[in-house]
Design a protein around this ligand. Structure first.
Ligand code: GAP
Length: 511
């Protein structure tokens, strides 16, 4: 665990040193849980958005995009249930004065029990070697069974108390499990209270009076209130989807772990409108589709797992997370929710406007059901960064830090370097950049030795380094070095575009 925490620290400092992520308003000592994306972070973030948008919108003829406002009519949030139910149960430790989400404390306890099981399994593998039958071991080993029983009973109690909104029972569970504060180590807890996560501000009206409005806590509601506008103007037929990328804001109680949990973050959400009764078919479809989207990045399939929700949000009849193995352990990266017809019906009631769809095939009018896919862009950024970050010892004993970011997502696709800063080599390098820069993000670097320049490009994840030398002026060939294999090859300048296309284009990633 300590090693993992160290890895997160290394990633945070690497991200800052190389211009990926900075603490927000750092010259004023920063603002908690708020971050700025630097020159390379902005590129990676844009590439992640493009990957999502292409896959969800461009490659589906029945999904269209939207860019709705952050501010919405305040009744939106009454209708959606966020004013009444978008709460987290919080608890304070009286000694450390630290505030926690009560459900997260309990989930951490459950995760520890899971880790115990995995340790037992590892011991079994070591002891029995090739003869080890993991399924049987998990079903019969007394230590595994004991931990599993604990997990089941804690999950059941937590689900029941949260669903009944019984905060005393949540408190009692924390006491019974003897959960201690990670900072003070004490069990000196306050009672559990509910805390609304929406930020509010005031909108000055014409008469000088002010109305309370909210910063949207999810982009989804902008899609729901535009359901009919898009359906009618785009002549969309069910099943169809509306996708949106945009900022969301939550006054998180426990905002920590770098860009994993922030108060201002970005979501990529898609609402898929379907016939009532067909929602489970589409729920399963999108669960699988979204997992495949992640797997296509080749960061390691074992780094993802589904986690079906115990406590369903107020709008859902089924929900599953795709969890990722972050440096802090497996945590939610994306949610797939079957939101029923809850949102559209609520908006019908509160607005007095009909949000029905006339289905010509059924000759029937109904309120569609909705499957939602919702991923945090910043979490996706952290997933890619942490899975790509490698500390390698090379054959000659030297070390390098390399970001093995999938080539299409890398901030720069290639760095063009003149071997020396004279003899017409910089001019030749600039010529190459001019030839390729409309299609590829490129960097120019002429400072320090070639070895140092390679290391700099490794550290920011540039898939290729291209060196222009004296010979290049005569034969129009350059040396291209691969970030991952570190192999070097002599190629014609005229071949560079094809090479970069083969490795770094969207076609390369989607194929
Ligand atoms: N519209 C549904 C919705 O908002 P959610 O599970 O609350 O569902 C969806 O959020 C995704 O947004 C999460 O899976 C996560 O990736 C991201 N997310 C949520 N809160 C976040 C936060 N405070 N900081 C960064 N990302 C967050």
């Amino acid at each position: 665990m300590e090693q993992r925490e160290d890895k997160l620290k290394d990633i945070i400092s690497h991200a800052k040193e190389y211009g990926f992520v900075f603490p927000s308003s750092e010259i004023y000592d920063g603002l908690s849980a708020t971050y700025d994306y630097g020159q390379l972070g902005a590129e990676l973030k844009n590439n992640l958005k493009t990957y999502w948008w292409k896959s969800m919108v461009q490659m589906h003829d029945n999904i269209v995009g939207l860019d709705s406002a952050i501010f919405m009519h305040p009744t939106t949030w009454k209708a959606s249930g966020h004013i009444d139910a978008f709460n987290d149960p919080l608890i304070d430790n009286k000694d450390s004065k630290k505030r926690y989400r009560a459900d997260v404390l309990i989930e951490d306890y459950i995760e520890k029990q899971r880790q115990k099981i995995e340790k037992e399994v590892e011991k079994g593998i070591k002891r029995f070697g090739a003869d080890f039958d993991e399924t049987q071991f998990r079903a019969t080993n007394p230590n595994v069974l004991r931990s599993q029983e604990k997990i089941d009973s804690v999950e059941k109690r937590m689900k029941e108390s949260l669903e009944a909104n019984d905060l005393e029972a949540v408190y009692q569970l924390i006491v019974d499990l003897e959960i201690t504060c990670p900072i003070s180590g004490s069990k000196n807890w306050t009672e559990v209270r509910q805390f609304n996560l929406m930020f509010s501000t005031e909108l000055g009206s014409v008469s000088g009076e002010a109305a309370t409005i909210y910063l949207r806590p999810e982009t989804a509601q902008g899609i729901f209130v535009n359901f009919l506008n898009v359906q009618k103007s785009g002549r969309m037929k069910i099943p169809f989807g509306i996708a949106q990328i945009g900022k969301a804001f939550r006054n998180e109680i426990v905002a920590r772990q770098f860009i994993f949990r922030m108060r201002e973050f970005e979501q990529m959400e898609m609402q898929f409108f379907v016939r009532p009764g067909e929602e489970m078919k589409w729920y399963n479809y999108w669960k699988e589709f979204r997992l495949n989207w992640h797997h296509a990045l080749n960061l390691g399939d074992e780094k993802y797992r589904y986690h079906d929700h115990l406590k369903l949000a107020h709008y859902a009849n089924a929900a599953s997370d795709i969890e990722f193995d972050f440096p802090m352990g497996f945590k939610e990266l994306e949610g797939i929710h079957s939101r029923t017809d809850f949102d559209l019906k609520q908006h019908e009631q509160h607005s007095g406007k009909k949000l029905h769809y006339f289905d010509p095939e059924l000759n029937q009018s109904y309120v569609p059901y909705v499957i939602e896919t919702s991923i945090g862009l910043d979490r996706m950024f952290l997933a890619v960064l942490s899975a790509s970050y490698k500390n390698e010892t090379l054959e000659d004993g030297s070390e390098r830090v390399v970001l093995k970011i999938p080539a299409t997502l890398a901030p720069y696709k290639a760095c063009i370097m003149p071997l020396v800063k004279k003899d017409g080599l910089p001019e030749k390098a600039r010529e190459i950049i001019k030839m390729l820069q409309l299609d590829f993000m490129l960097q120019y670097d002429e400072k320090d030795s070639i070895g140092k320049r390679y290391r700099r490009q490794d550290a920011i994840g540039t898939p290729f380094s291209v060196t222009v030398d004296h010979q290049s002026l005569e034969d129009n060939m350059v040396t291209i070095r691969d970030r991952d294999t570190m192999e070097q090859q002599r190629v014609l300048i005229s071949e560079l575009s094809t090479i970069l296309h083969q490795k770094c284009s969207w076609t390369a990633l989607f194929n």
